[in-house]
Design a protein around this ligand. Structure first.
Ligand SMILES: Cc1ncc(COP(=O)(O)O)c(C=O)c1O
Length: 376
């Protein structure tokens, strides 16, 4: 239906848009000028990436109160590529990695493409989100190689807490598992972000990789620059780094211009970041206001990130509601089942769209969800 509406050029209020370059965020005019540095004409590849770029990433971590060693940073073309490199490093075909549920649907594809199995563990909602440590422990098998944490998680916006990290580190130590922390949304916090939130890098007991990238931190997904920061016991890191060097050296996928421009892009990225934060703050306020007029619908607790989850009456089901919204209201939202929510009915909306589009889309979405209620 969506393809047909788009082919007809029907105007759709797209509340699934998470591409920051398509929502009218203003970028500084000379933002990309450093990409034209003539120094990029020289090609001097190194598996981990150019030292200057890795140092710039290490400096950027200071904003988060984290001291990281530039020598333990590996540049990648994206977070998705970082996952693939780590699965090659840590897993044999048929091995398993534990992934949160609900979370980002791409994990299924990323693991399958590397012949690895994604095994879910539960995030539980009880007014706030928390990680179900029992379900994590129960999911471990002799084939498990890594625990994957997404913090802030997409789409729940929930963050890893210190006590959860302790429990995970204990499980990783006792089962010899690596810890992968996807922290791509770590720059975008709301005032509800729990002071007990931590990065996976807040411990060094287990072999750990924290993932980040320009795609979210500077709103530049098209430049293809991500990174992984390795931390953990020295011997484990040294052995993993040697093997990761071979993997990275096989692809050398990060372009020279973006590496040479990394320091400037990270610095100037602050401007874009502030604009994105202002956008998501404004849209979240608008959503909350609209929800005060929509009994039966509520916003799930949100600490961070670019998405919001709205609980709606589970009368005709998510699928029917989402299709009605598209067919009758010309509003596009994502059903919760897409992110593997264990029960219905949830709608996931991006907080990035243009504020007018967002407000109009939310009004129609809540009116439709309410209409189901009054049809009872
Ligand atoms: C949780 C999470 N990780 C990673 C990515 C992908 O990031 P990248 O563009 O760096 O591959 C996304 C994209 O939306 C995401 O939501």
């Amino acid at each position: 239906m969506l393809a047909a509406l788009r082919a007809d050029r029907t105007e759709i209020l797209d509340l699934t848009e998470t591409n920051p370059t398509r929502v009218g965020i203003a970028y500084p005019p000379a933002f990309l000028a450093p990409l034209a540095d003539p120094g990029s004409l020289a090609y001097a590849p190194t598996p981990r990436g150019l030292a200057g770029a890795r140092e710039a990433v290490a400096i950027d971590y200071i904003r988060h109160g984290l001291e990281v060693d530039a020598d333990r940073i590996f540049l990648t073309a994206s977070t998705s590529e970082a996952y693939s490199l780590l699965f090659k490093l840590l897993c044999d075909p048929g091995d398993e990695v534990l992934v949160p549920r609900p979370s980002y649907p791409l994990f299924e594809h990323l693991t399958t493409l590397d012949a690895v199995r994604a095994v879910p563990y539960a995030l539980e909602y009880h007014g706030v989100w928390s990680l179900d440590v029992d379900s994590l422990r129960d999911a471990i098998t002799p084939r498990t190689r890594a625990i994957l944490v997404v913090s802030p998680n997409n789409p729940t916006g929930s963050m890893l807490k210190a006590r959860e990290l302790e429990a995970i580190a204990r499980l990783c130590s006792s089962h010899d598992l690596a810890l992968i922390g996807d922290e791509v949304f770590a720059d975008y916090l709301f005032e509800e972000a729990d002071p007990a939130r931590v990065s996976v890098l807040a411990q060094d007991q287990v072999l750990t990789f924290a993932l980040g990238g320009l795609s979210k931190s500077a709103g530049l997904p098209q430049l293809k620059l991500g990174w992984m920061v390795m931390k953990g016991p020295a011997a484990r890191c040294a052995e993993a780094a040697e093997r990761l060097d071979v993997i990275c050296d096989t692809y050398l996928s990060v372009a020279t211009p973006v590496q040479r421009a990394a320091a400037m892009l990270l610095e100037q990225g602050a401007i874009v970041r502030q604009r994105i934060q202002a956008r998501i703050d404004g849209n979240r306020r608008a959503l909350r206001r609209a929800l005060t007029q929509a009994p039966g619908c509520s916003l799930l607790h949100l600490e961070a990130g670019w998405s919001a989850v709205v609980r709606v009456p589970a009368i005709h089901g998510e699928e029917a509601l989402v299709l009605d919204l598209l067919a009758q209201d010309r509003v596009l939202v994502t059903p919760g089942y897409f992110y593997d929510f264990p029960r219905e009915a949830y709608l996931v909306v991006s907080l990035l769209p243009d504020p007018d589009v967002f407000a109009a889309g939310i009004d129609r979405m809540l009116a439709r969800a309410q209409a189901a209620l009054s049809s009872l």
